[in-house]
Design a protein around this ligand. Structure first.
Ligand code: FAD
Ligand code: 2HG
Ligand code: ZN
Length: 475
C-alpha cells in the first residue's frame, strides 16, 4: 500500500461504511487476480458502493488523492481488464452490491438494470415478463451488466442481434471527476448531439463507471431448435451456415464452430459432458434456430436443411435435440470450451474476427503459421462462426512446460495476427484489449484512430483516475 492509498482508505470508509469496503488480504485476493490466472495484482482496498451517489463520492476522493480506480464486475475478463496493479497503489471498485433489476417493460421491450446485476439474472427477469434479453455468453452466471457493456460483449447471438452495444438504449455513468451522468433514456430514436452512451460501451472502464443501463428486449421465442452437426471441414461449415442463413436469416439464433481438439478437451475434463453423435469428427457446428412466430415449423425446416446438407456432404452426421435437457446438453459442449481448455493446460488466446466468408481461410492459414512456429503446438479454434469471430486458441505442446510456452505468447499472437491482418480482420473481436493487448494498438489502430482515442481519454479522464494501463499503450 502506498502513503496515498493508506490515507484515502479511512475517508472512503466514511462514505461507504464498513459493509462497503474490504481491506483484509484474504478478502481482497479474489478481486486481484484474473480468471485466466495471467495476472496477480494487489489492490489496496476493494470498495463496494451501494449506489451511484456513494460511488461518485468515492471517485471524487480517489481523484483528489491521486489514487487510481479499477472498476470490476464479475471479473471474467479474458484480457486482464479488471485486475489492479501489483504495487498496492490502486483500489478496485466492485459494482456487485448495485444489483437491482429496476424495471421490465414488455410493451416498450426494455429492461432497466443496475450494473451489478449478473447477465443471467437480467435474462431471467426478462423471461419472467415473457421477453428475451438476446445476449448470451458462457460466463453469464458471473459476468455483470456493467462489465458486459464495458467490454461490449458479443457471444452466441451476435449473428442475429448484434453485440452488447446494439442493445443499449440508456446508461447511467459516474464520470472520472465524480459527476453522475444520468442518461437512462428508453428512446428508440434520439439524435441529440453526440451519442455519449456508445462512448462508454466498450471503453473497458477507462472513461467512466457504468452504474445502470436500459437494454432492449425482443419477444420471447416460441419455437427453438438446436442441432449438433459433424462437419468435415471449416469450408463445409461455411456452406452449412450459408444454407441456413439464406433459407431464413431471421431464425438463425446462433451458429457456433468447434474443432475436434477442443471437443476432446470438453469430453475429457467436463463432468457430465456427453457426445450425441456416433463417431468423432475433426470439426463441429452447433446450430440454434428460434422464432417468436406461432406455427413457424422450424423443426421441419431444420430437418429439411440438414438432409440437404447431408446430401451435399456439408455434414457427415447430425443430432437434433428432442427436449430442453438435450438442448442444454448440446450447448454445454460448446459453453465449456474455455473451462476445458484451462483444465487441459496453458493456453494462448486469439480473439479474432474476419469477414465470415474468410473464416475457413483464417483457420487453415493460422493453423499452418502456428505449426511452423512451434512444432507440437495444439490448435484449438472455436467460436462464433456466424459472425466471423473465432477464438483461435493454442494449447501448449504436450512435451513443453507451461512457462516456456507462455513466454512465447507474443510470438504466437503476432503470427496469428499477421494472418488476421491479411484477411482484413481484428485482433480484438469481443473480449477487449485490457492489460494484455495494448501493445498491439499502434500497429492495428495507429495514426488518427489512436490519436483520437487518446484525446477522448484526456478529455474525460485528464488525471488518469480510471483503469490506467488498460486499452491504450503508454505514450
Ligand atoms: P469484468 O471482468 O469485471 O471487467 C471487464 C472490463 O470491464 C474491465 O476492463 C473492467 O474494468 C470493466 N468494467 C467492469 N464493470 C464495469 C463498470 N460497471 N463500468 C465500467 N467498466 C467496468 N466475452 C464475450 O464477449 N463473449 C463471450 O462469449 C464470452 N464468454 C466468456 C466465457 C468465459 C468462461 C469467460 C471467463 C469470459 C467470457 N467472456 C466473453 C469475456 C468477458 O468479457 C465477459 O465475460 C464479460 O463481458 C465481462 O463481464 P464482467 O462483469 O466479468 O467484467
Ligand atoms: C467463448 O466464446 C468465450 O466461449 C471464451 O468468448 C473464449 O476461451 C476463449 O477464448
Ligand atoms: Zn466468445
Amino acid at each position: 500500500m502506498t502513503d496515498a492509498t493508506a490515507a484515502l482508505i479511512p475517508r472512503l470508509r466514511t462514505v461507504v461504511g464498513e459493509a462497503g469496503i474490504l481491506t483484509e488480504a484474504q478478502d481482497i485476493a479474489p478481486f486481484s487476480q484474473d480468471w485466466r490466472g495471467l495476472y496477480r495484482g494487489r489492490a489496496a482496498a476493494v470498495v463496494r458502493p451501494a449506489n451511484a451517489a456513494d460511488l461518485a463520492a468515492v471517485i471524487k476522493l480517489a481523484g483528489e488523492a491521486g489514487v487510481s480506480v479499477v472498476p470490476q464486475g464479475g471479473n471474467t475478463s479474458m484480457v486482464g481488464g479488471a485486475v489492479p496493479a501489483d504495487d498496492g497503489s490502486e483500489i478496485v471498485v466492485s459494482l456487485s452490491r448495485m444489483n437491482r433489476v429496476r424495471a421490465v417493460e414488455p410493451v416498450d421491450l426494455t429492461i432497466t438494470v443496475e450494473a451489478g446485476v449478473t447477465l443471467k439474472a437480467a435474462q431471467e427477469a426478462a423471461a419472467e415478463a415473457g421477453c428475451l434479453l438476446p445476449l448470451s455468453i458462457a460466463a453469464e452466471g458471473t459476468a455483470q451488466i456493467g462489465g458486459v457493456l464495458a467490454t461490449n460483449a458479443g457471444g452466441n447471438n451476435t449473428v442475429r442481434y448484434g453485440n452488447a452495444r446494439d442493445l443499449v438504449l440508456g446508461l447511467e455513468v459516474v464520470l472520472a471527476d465524480g459527476t453522475v451522468w444520468n442518461g437512462l433514456r428508453k428512446l428508440r430514436k434520439d439524435n441529440t448531439g453526440y451519442c455519449l452512451r456508445q462512448l462508454f460501451v466498450g471503453s473497458e472502464g477507462t472513461l467512466g463507471i457504468i452504474t445502470a443501463a436500459v437494454l432492449k428486449l425482443v419477444p420471447r421465442p416460441l419455437e427453438t431448435e438446436v442441432a449438433l452437426c459433424a462437419v468435415p471441414s471449416p469450408e463445409a461449415a461455411l456452406k452449412l451456415f450459408t444454407r441456413l442463413h439464406q433459407a431464413d436469416p431471421a431464425s438463425v439464433q446462433a451458429f457456433e464452430y468447434m474443432a475436434g481438439t477442443g471437443m476432446g478437451f470438453v469430453l475429457r475434463h467436463i463432468p457430465g459432458a456427453t457426445m450425441p453423435l456416433q463417431a468423432p469428427s475433426p470439426h463441429y457446428a452447433l446450430v440454434e434456430l428460434a422464432t417468436p412466430r406461432v406455427g413457424a415449423g422450424l423443426r421441419a425446416a431444420l430437418e429439411a436443411a440438414l438432409e440437404a446438407a447431408l446430401d451435399a456432404e456439408e455434414i457427415t452426421d447430425a443430432a437434433i435435440a428432442e427436449s430442453g435437457a438435450q438442448r442444454a446438453a448440446m450447448w454445454k459442449l460448446r459453453e465449456e470450451h474455455a473451462e476445458a481448455q484451462k483444465r487441459e493446460g496453458a493456453s494462448v488466446k486469439n480473439d479474432v474476427s474476419v469477414p465470415v466468408s474468410r473464416v475457413p481461410e483464417l483457420i487453415a492459414r493460422a493453423s499452418a503459421a502456428c505449426a511452423a512456429l512451434m512444432p507440437g503446438i495444439r490448435v484449438v479454434p472455436f467460436g462464433h462462426f456466424g459472425d466471423g469471430n473465432i477464438h483461435f486458441n493454442l494449447e501448449q505442446p504436450l512435451d513443453m512446460p507451461a512457462a516456456e510456452f507462455l513466454a512465447r505468447d507474443h510470438e504466437i499472437m503476432d503470427a496469428v495476427g499477421a494472418v488476421v491482418r491479411d484477411l482484413d480482420g481484428s485482433f480484438s473481436a469481443e473480449h477487449g484489449v485490457g492489460k494484455l493487448k495494448p501493445y498491439m494498438m499502434p500497429l492495428w489502430r495507429g495514426g488518427a484512430e489512436l490519436w483520437a482515442m487518446r484525446q477522448i481519454k484526456l478529455a474525460l479522464d485528464p488525471r488518469g483516475v480510471l483503469n490506467p494501463g488498460k486499452v491504450l499503450p503508454p505514450t
